[in-house]
Design a protein around this ligand. Structure first.
Ligand code: SME
Length: 164
Protein backbone atom coordinates (compact mmCIF):
# COMPACT_ATOMS: atom_id res chain seq x y z
CA UNK A 1 0.00 0.00 0.00
CA UNK A 2 1.84 3.06 -1.27
CA UNK A 3 -1.10 5.42 -1.24
CA UNK A 4 -1.13 7.79 1.68
CA UNK A 5 -4.49 8.70 3.14
CA UNK A 6 -4.76 12.34 2.21
CA UNK A 7 -8.49 12.97 2.37
CA UNK A 8 -9.49 16.09 4.27
CA UNK A 9 -12.59 15.05 6.16
CA UNK A 10 -12.89 18.17 8.26
CA UNK A 11 -15.89 20.33 7.55
CA UNK A 12 -17.43 17.78 5.18
CA UNK A 13 -20.98 16.56 5.53
CA UNK A 14 -21.34 12.90 6.43
CA UNK A 15 -22.49 11.81 2.96
CA UNK A 16 -19.36 13.29 1.34
CA UNK A 17 -17.18 11.78 4.05
CA UNK A 18 -18.49 8.30 3.22
CA UNK A 19 -18.23 8.94 -0.53
CA UNK A 20 -14.57 9.80 -0.11
CA UNK A 21 -13.96 7.03 2.37
CA UNK A 22 -15.40 4.48 -0.05
CA UNK A 23 -13.37 5.90 -2.95
CA UNK A 24 -10.30 5.56 -0.80
CA UNK A 25 -11.27 2.01 0.06
CA UNK A 26 -11.58 1.09 -3.63
CA UNK A 27 -7.99 2.31 -4.08
CA UNK A 28 -6.76 0.62 -0.92
CA UNK A 29 -8.04 -2.91 -1.39
CA UNK A 30 -7.89 -5.17 -4.42
CA UNK A 31 -9.32 -8.61 -5.18
CA UNK A 32 -5.83 -10.06 -5.61
CA UNK A 33 -4.76 -8.82 -2.17
CA UNK A 34 -5.07 -11.04 0.87
CA UNK A 35 -8.52 -10.64 2.43
CA UNK A 36 -7.26 -10.32 6.01
CA UNK A 37 -4.73 -7.66 4.94
CA UNK A 38 -7.51 -5.69 3.24
CA UNK A 39 -9.83 -6.01 6.23
CA UNK A 40 -6.98 -4.76 8.43
CA UNK A 41 -6.49 -1.70 6.25
CA UNK A 42 -10.25 -1.14 6.07
CA UNK A 43 -10.48 -1.14 9.88
CA UNK A 44 -7.53 1.29 10.00
CA UNK A 45 -9.17 3.59 7.44
CA UNK A 46 -12.46 3.59 9.34
CA UNK A 47 -10.61 4.23 12.59
CA UNK A 48 -8.74 7.14 11.06
CA UNK A 49 -11.87 8.74 9.66
CA UNK A 50 -14.53 7.98 12.28
CA UNK A 51 -12.37 7.77 15.44
CA UNK A 52 -14.73 5.30 17.12
CA UNK A 53 -14.12 3.38 20.34
CA UNK A 54 -13.81 0.15 18.37
CA UNK A 55 -14.09 -0.85 14.73
CA UNK A 56 -13.59 -4.27 13.26
CA UNK A 57 -14.85 -7.40 11.61
CA UNK A 58 -16.35 -10.61 12.92
CA UNK A 59 -16.02 -13.42 10.38
CA UNK A 60 -18.40 -16.38 10.06
CA UNK A 61 -16.33 -19.50 10.78
CA UNK A 62 -17.52 -22.92 11.96
CA UNK A 63 -21.03 -21.59 12.64
CA UNK A 64 -19.79 -18.79 14.89
CA UNK A 65 -18.63 -15.22 14.45
CA UNK A 66 -14.89 -15.09 15.08
CA UNK A 67 -12.98 -11.90 15.80
CA UNK A 68 -11.20 -10.57 12.70
CA UNK A 69 -9.03 -7.51 12.03
CA UNK A 70 -9.94 -4.57 14.26
CA UNK A 71 -8.76 -1.34 15.85
CA UNK A 72 -9.49 -0.61 19.48
CA UNK A 73 -9.54 -2.39 22.83
CA UNK A 74 -9.30 -6.17 23.23
CA UNK A 75 -12.60 -7.77 22.19
CA UNK A 76 -14.65 -10.97 22.56
CA UNK A 77 -13.33 -13.74 20.31
CA UNK A 78 -16.52 -15.72 19.57
CA UNK A 79 -20.13 -14.60 19.12
CA UNK A 80 -22.92 -17.14 18.58
CA UNK A 81 -25.63 -16.91 15.91
CA UNK A 82 -28.34 -14.50 17.03
CA UNK A 83 -26.38 -13.34 20.08
CA UNK A 84 -25.55 -9.70 20.74
CA UNK A 85 -25.84 -7.01 18.13
CA UNK A 86 -23.39 -8.75 15.78
CA UNK A 87 -25.20 -12.09 16.04
CA UNK A 88 -28.49 -10.32 15.41
CA UNK A 89 -27.15 -8.72 12.21
CA UNK A 90 -26.02 -12.20 11.10
CA UNK A 91 -29.37 -13.82 11.97
CA UNK A 92 -31.60 -11.13 10.46
CA UNK A 93 -29.25 -10.22 7.58
CA UNK A 94 -30.08 -6.62 8.46
CA UNK A 95 -27.91 -3.73 9.66
CA UNK A 96 -28.38 -3.01 13.36
CA UNK A 97 -28.41 0.63 14.42
CA UNK A 98 -28.31 0.72 18.22
CA UNK A 99 -28.46 4.21 19.79
CA UNK A 100 -28.23 2.82 23.33
CA UNK A 101 -26.59 -0.57 23.77
CA UNK A 102 -27.82 -0.80 27.37
CA UNK A 103 -31.38 -1.07 26.03
CA UNK A 104 -30.50 -3.79 23.51
CA UNK A 105 -31.46 -7.17 24.93
CA UNK A 106 -28.49 -9.53 24.85
CA UNK A 107 -25.92 -6.90 24.02
CA UNK A 108 -22.41 -8.28 24.49
CA UNK A 109 -20.38 -5.69 26.35
CA UNK A 110 -16.78 -6.23 25.27
CA UNK A 111 -16.01 -2.77 26.64
CA UNK A 112 -17.93 -1.03 29.40
CA UNK A 113 -17.19 2.25 27.60
CA UNK A 114 -19.41 1.42 24.63
CA UNK A 115 -22.78 3.21 24.54
CA UNK A 116 -23.95 2.95 20.93
CA UNK A 117 -23.08 0.88 17.91
CA UNK A 118 -23.78 -0.04 14.33
CA UNK A 119 -23.32 -3.47 12.78
CA UNK A 120 -23.55 -4.08 9.04
CA UNK A 121 -23.62 -7.57 7.49
CA UNK A 122 -21.41 -8.41 4.52
CA UNK A 123 -22.75 -10.95 2.02
CA UNK A 124 -21.44 -13.44 -0.53
CA UNK A 125 -22.98 -13.79 -3.99
CA UNK A 126 -25.47 -16.36 -2.65
CA UNK A 127 -26.75 -13.83 -0.12
CA UNK A 128 -25.24 -15.54 2.92
CA UNK A 129 -23.64 -13.40 5.63
CA UNK A 130 -19.88 -14.03 5.51
CA UNK A 131 -18.87 -11.43 8.10
CA UNK A 132 -20.14 -8.36 9.91
CA UNK A 133 -18.62 -4.93 10.36
CA UNK A 134 -19.04 -3.67 13.94
CA UNK A 135 -18.43 -0.07 15.02
CA UNK A 136 -18.83 0.98 18.66
CA UNK A 137 -18.88 4.44 20.18
CA UNK A 138 -18.58 5.98 23.61
CA UNK A 139 -21.30 8.46 22.60
CA UNK A 140 -24.97 7.59 22.71
CA UNK A 141 -26.72 7.66 19.31
CA UNK A 142 -23.45 8.18 17.48
CA UNK A 143 -24.65 6.52 14.26
CA UNK A 144 -27.61 7.27 12.01
CA UNK A 145 -29.09 6.27 8.63
CA UNK A 146 -26.36 8.17 6.78
CA UNK A 147 -23.71 6.07 8.53
CA UNK A 148 -25.73 2.99 7.70
CA UNK A 149 -25.92 3.91 4.00
CA UNK A 150 -22.22 4.75 3.80
CA UNK A 151 -21.25 1.53 5.56
CA UNK A 152 -23.59 -0.59 3.44
CA UNK A 153 -21.76 0.82 0.40
CA UNK A 154 -18.47 -0.11 2.04
CA UNK A 155 -19.82 -3.63 2.69
CA UNK A 156 -20.87 -3.87 -0.97
CA UNK A 157 -17.32 -2.99 -2.09
CA UNK A 158 -15.87 -5.77 0.07
CA UNK A 159 -18.48 -8.21 -1.28
CA UNK A 160 -17.76 -7.16 -4.88
CA UNK A 161 -13.99 -7.61 -4.45
CA UNK A 162 -13.93 -10.80 -2.42
CA UNK A 163 -17.27 -12.61 -2.46
CA UNK A 164 -18.80 -12.19 -5.93
N1 SME B 1 -20.97 -5.15 20.63
C1 SME B 1 -21.01 -6.43 20.09
C2 SME B 1 -19.91 -7.28 20.62
C3 SME B 1 -18.62 -7.03 19.98
S1 SME B 1 -17.72 -5.85 20.72
O1 SME B 1 -18.46 -4.72 21.14
C4 SME B 1 -16.35 -5.48 19.96
C5 SME B 1 -22.32 -7.13 20.15
O2 SME B 1 -23.13 -7.00 21.09
O3 SME B 1 -22.56 -7.87 19.23
Amino acid sequence: MEDKITIDFLGKDKKSVYEQLNQQLEALIAPDQDLIASLGNTAALLNEVLRPLWVGFYIVKNEKLVLGPFQGPIACVHIAFGKGVCGKAWETKQPQLVPNVHEFQGHIACSSLSNSEIVVPIFNAAGDVVMVLDIDSENFAQFDEEDQQGLEQLAAIISKYYFN
